[in-house]
Write a protein that binds this ligand. Structure first.
Ligand code: ZN
Length: 137
C-alpha cells in the first residue's frame, strides 16, 4: 500500500468539505480489496444529526460502487495534529474492513502521518460475526 497516494486523495477530498457550522474540514480515502480508491469529505447539515463524516462518505461511495472490503483508510483533518475517526465511523469501518488489522493512516499531509490498526482503536468491536454467533445458538 502506497500511503502517499491514499493521503493525497484524502487531502484533495478535504478541500471539498461542506462545513459551514464547524469549519472543521476532513477528507478521507479508502483503498478497496479490488484495488480501487474512493474518497470523501465531511458534509454538515443545519440539522446537525444529518451531518456525515468524511470516512463514512468514502466508505459508502465504495460500497455503493460494488466494493466488498476496505483494506486501508487515510484520514486528513486538522493539519496541525492527527485526526482520529469518530466512534460511528470506527463502527462503519469495522463493518467493511478486510479484517481488524486494517490500516488507519492518520495524516497531516503526505509526509507526516502515523499508522494505526483498526483493532487498536476499536477494541472489542461488535461486528457481524457476533450476530452470526447468535444465530448458531
Ligand atoms: Zn465519523
Amino acid at each position: 500500500m502506497n500511503y502517499e497516494i491514499l493521503i493525497k486523495e484524502a487531502v484533495e477530498a478535504r478541500k471539498k468539505a461542506y462545513v459551514p457550522y464547524s469549519n472543521f474540514k476532513v477528507g478521507a480515502a479508502v483503498f478497496t480489496d479490488d484495488g480501487r480508491i474512493f474518497s470523501g469529505c465531511n458534509i454538515e447539515n443545519a440539522s446537525f444529526g444529518a451531518t456525515n463524516c468524511a470516512e463514512r462518505t468514502a466508505v459508502f461511495k465504495a460500497v455503493s460502487e460494488g466494493a466488498k472490503y476496505i483494506t486501508a483508510v487515510a484520514i486528513v483533518g486538522d493539519i496541525s495534529s492527527f485526526t482520529y475517526p469518530c466512534g460511528i465511523c470506527r463502527q462503519v469501518l469495522a463493518e467493511f474492513a478486510s479484517d481488524m488489522n486494517m490500516e488507519i493512516i492518520l495524516a497531516k499531509n503526505e509526509k507526516e502521518y502515523i499508522v494505526e490498526k483498526l483493532c487498536n482503536i476499536l477494541p472489542g468491536a461488535f461486528t457481524k460475526r457476533d450476530l452470526d454467533k447468535e444465530k448458531m445458538d
